[in-house]
Design a protein around this ligand. Structure first.
Ligand code: MN
Ligand code: ZN
Length: 665
């Protein structure tokens, strides 16, 4: 017999409405979560609206579902509005489906009843959520104090409200707060280190502090206490406790009720940590300095259903999660005020170290000769002295066209290499008499070790008699002068050294890193290599993230994020003014005047301390910025043409460089 067609089935108005809603639920499941429902029946059901994210607790759903048989598994995911149930038999699942579809459910988490819609699925969605571990340096110690001590601490804070109403509990938007030892100022997210509050820390805290010192949870005895009281539904926005006011080692006692604290790594990895009543949270190292922490304002937390697993991270086991109603939680947070700037290993989020960077703003394009000279001193001379060893180790192969020029010179010619670097051209043609000079003492020393004739001098003032050279080379030097006048002077100085008929070869870096559709070696070397420059910027919170945080009127300890917001704003300003941009290595140039990062390899010895170390972490690479003016097509030629005593023999492009061979008339 043929199946009855839809026309023959009389559906009531109610049934039609239910069917419509059920189909809608199917669409939402598919669209948002990729869950494909089937016409069934199977043992597995997806219960739309029956999830933790919809305010339904595990207990409530189990009660309803068990009326129709044995629920073998019930999967409830954090924040999802649906749940998955697997019955022992298809028959049980079918009965639940028939009875519960469209059924209203009154829940603790909602004022209005919610309506359940059920659909069959082929199998239960059980993506393995990897078990999360606590952030490094984080500890949660359970039952650290007795219920009796807890009672005394809570009585203490309640009592203090009544007696000292004036300077006692102030109400921040989301919670009540009180300070001891030092006042925490929310306007600048810092403490007044010169103005300790009278009375110090309350005596009642001695026991827990002594215990924490004794057990080695913290190294420094705290001298600042913040007491917070959170009603259900209140929270604290994610933040890192500002580095500069407090030492490493922050401890926090949870009293009255448990809560869930969310920890987040800057890369986005997030870990929810259960803080049971009477437990102590210990934040040291990475968890104190790098991870942000916060409490989401809500009335229910997603927690493990079994009592056994109350502490630690809330994660993987989605067959064992439920909702937990929050109570009033009082936290005692103890910190030690720091008297010296923070020197942690996380400079990107360190207000002590970020402010160092602010005192040393990136340079601008120089407007005077004096500025230019200072810029070159700091961003060329000092940098090459610092990186000399590492730089030299990367510069072994002489460029073929330069070798060709040197090979073509007559035996016995006197040749100067102005800006000779590690001397890689000084030994190319043994029949020449070559001398090298460089502004960097450390590079000159490397040449000397290689038994080359070399001296230290500035390219604008070479201490050689005029007209003494049969030939001169200047390879990758003129682009380090920061005004056009100085670049011209540098070329004129080479011309001065040449005898009439003497030849000069000049190489400068080209703005155009693609010539006749061929990408330069510089761009090609990018292949497979990570781009390191500006990587840090992307790890910082974006300006958007910062403003989101700042929109919250509850600004506790947000100094770090505020600082970062300032930095990002600053970066935007720089792009609009004449500040020199920092180039991203192995990419094409967007500006002719720029800073090119040099990443000093870990383990490579830096030369003497000519300039202070750039602010980077101990394990990170040190990054140095070198000033460059990259030449556009025709620019080098034009400079040379403006010198009347020479003629251009040849002008060409070679491996990302503009090159000229000149001859003195
Ligand atoms: Mn905090
Ligand atoms: Zn720090």
């Amino acid at each position: 017999m043929a199946a009855p067609s839809c026309r023959n089935v009389k559906l009531s108005k109610e049934q039609k409405k239910l069917l419509r809603k059920q189909v809608k639920a199917q669409h939402i499941l598919l669209k948002h979560d990729g869950i494909a429902t089937v016409s069934g029946p199977t043992k597995h059901l997806v219960v739309a609206n029956g999830g933790l994210g919809n305010g339904v607790s595990r207990q409530q759903l189990v009660e309803v579902l068990q009326q129709f048989g044995t629920v073998e598994t019930l999967l409830m995911l954090p924040n999802k509005p649906h749940a998955f149930a697997t019955y022992g038999t298809i028959q049980e699942a079918r009965e639940a489906y028939n009875a519960l579809n469209g059924r209203d459910l009154k829940t603790d988490g909602n004022t209005q009843p919610i309506t359940l819609y059920l659909n069959f699925v082929e199998e239960v969605f059980s993506e393995d959520v990897p078990p999360l571990s606590l952030p490094p340096g984080l500890l949660v110690i359970e039952e650290v104090i007795s219920p009796e001590y807890e009672k005394r601490l809570l009585a203490f804070i309640d009592g203090s409200t009544d007696t000292t109403k004036e300077n006692a509990q102030r109400s921040l938007k989301h919670r009540r707060v009180k300070h001891y030892g030092y006042e925490f100022r929310y306007d600048n997210n810092n403490v007044d280190k010169d103005k300790p509050l009278p009375g110090g820390l309350p005596e009642i805290c001695d026991d827990i502090l002594e215990q924490s010192m004794e057990k080695g949870y913290i190294k420094f005895k705290p001298d600042q206490l913040t007491i917070n009281q959170y009603e259900p539904g209140q929270g604290i926005p994610p933040h890192i406790d500002t580095h500069s006011p407090f030492e490493d080692g922050i401890i926090c006692l949870s009293l009255g009720a448990e809560t869930v604290m969310d920890f987040k790594h800057p890369t986005g990895c997030s870990v929810a940590v259960m803080l049971p009543r009477r437990s102590l949270l210990v934040m040291t190292g990475e968890s104190r300095y790098l991870w942000s922490h916060g409490i989401t304002p809500r009335k229910f937390d997603v927690v493990p259903a079994s009592e056994m697993q109350k502490t630690g991270t809330i994660s993987g086991d989605i067959s064992n999660l439920t909702l937990n109603k929050r109570g009033t939680r009082t936290s005692f947070t103890f910190r030690k005020v720091r008297m010296t700037p923070c020197d942690c290993a996380y400079p990107d989020v360190c207000d002590s170290q970020i402010s160092c960077k602010c005192r040393d703003p990136p340079p601008s394009v120089p407007s005077s000769d004096d500025d230019a000279s200072k810029l070159e001193h700091k961003y060329v001379h000092n940098v090459y002295d610092e990186i000399a060893g590492h730089f030299s180790s990367t510069r072994h192969s002489p460029w073929p066209k330069v070798i060709e020029f040197l090979e073509a010179l007559p035996d016995g010619a006197f040749v100067a290499d102005v800006g000779c670097g590690n001397g890689k051209y000084l030994g190319v043609n043994k029949e020449l008499f070559m001398v090298g000079c460089d502004r960097s003492k450390n590079l000159a020393d490397i040449c000397r070790e290689r038994k080359f004739e070399v001296f230290i001098c500035d390219g604008l003032l070479v201490p050689l008699r005029s007209g003494i050279c049969d030939a001169c080379i200047s390879i990758a030097v003129v682009h380090h002068f920061s005004t056009e006048g100085r670049r011209l002077s540098a070329i004129k100085e080479i011309v001065r050294l040449l005898r009439p008929g003497g030849k000069g070869l000049i190489y400068v870096w080209a703005m155009e890193q693609e010539h006749n559709k061929v990408k330069s070696k510089y761009l090609m070397e990018r292949k497979g290599k990570p781009i390191q420059s500006q990587k840090k910027c992307t790890e910082m919170p974006t300006a958007d993230e910062c403003s989101n945080i700042n929109q919250d009127t509850n600004k506790m300890d947000l100094a770090c994020f505020n600082q970062l917001a300032d930095v990002s704003k600053d970066t935007i300003d720089k792009q609009n003014s004449a500040k020199l941009p920092v180039h991203t290595n192995r990419t094409s140039f967007d500006s002719q005047d720029l800073l090119v990062p040099w990443h000093l390899k870990d383990g490579v010895k830096r030369h003497n301390k000519v300039s202070p170390l750039p602010p980077t972490g101990s394990k990170e690479l040190a990054v140095f910025h070198r000033y460059y003016h990259v030449f556009s097509d025709g620019e080098l030629e034009n400079l040379c043409r403006s010198i009347s005593s020479i003629r251009i023999v040849q002008s060409y492009y070679d491996q990302g460089n503009w090159c000229v061979i000149i001859e003195k008339c």
